[in-house]
Design a protein. Sequence first.
Length: 254
Amino acid sequence: MWFLWVNGRARCLYSLGAADACMQCVVYLARKKVACHAIARDADACERAVRSTLPPPLLGYVSFHRADVTDEKTLEPALRGCTGVIFAATATAGWTLFESKETPPAVDFGGSVAAATAAAAVGVPRFVLISSLAVTRPSHMMHMARNSLMGRIMDWKLLGEQGVCKVYDTMARSSTSEFSVTIVRPGTLTDEPGGGPGCLLVDTGDNLSGSISRADVAALCVEVSLVAFWNARAKPAAGEACTRGQVCLRPCSR
């Protein structure tokens, strides 16, 4: 669910599945020969998924550990010493009769804010949150469909964005260290091969519609985490990405 880079090592906590955006982050890092620390609730299952995806020569760049975004006490130990985080967790359950760790309030809101809080507490200067296109547009078809099917997930994602920005705004005001937040809002995720940087446009606003490959989202988020200019008390930024490879960045609402 999230990627952390520290002194040449990357750490990634993600939901399982070879097509998952976080799996794509692990694959992208390993192919760049950046050591990756993959963390999951079930570390053995995580290892099996990664081994089924990466060729043997690249497996040496990945190690496996356990943590859980809905269990706050597991987060700071996993994040300590890191310089960057990509949070790509999202709910796998929508409307439920009983309390669950898999719902939007637990993952898209509570999990993202808990991860940002833990990251800020241990001095992580860069935090990248993968959210969703149209979170600010309640009349958009994608917003209405996802909210209806997945327990108001779009509302919880927007609250997560606001909570993450608030955490890092607070840290930036109270510290001389450098902190930055980037929010990426992808459209419908597909399993198509990535188009690469040549297919990406930079624009402003939450006004796109369409889809984007998980591979392109992963590459974008990893590169944002590694690029040197995302530092120096950068204002939190939000962006969306969709088909045509468009990525729009704008300042977060304060």
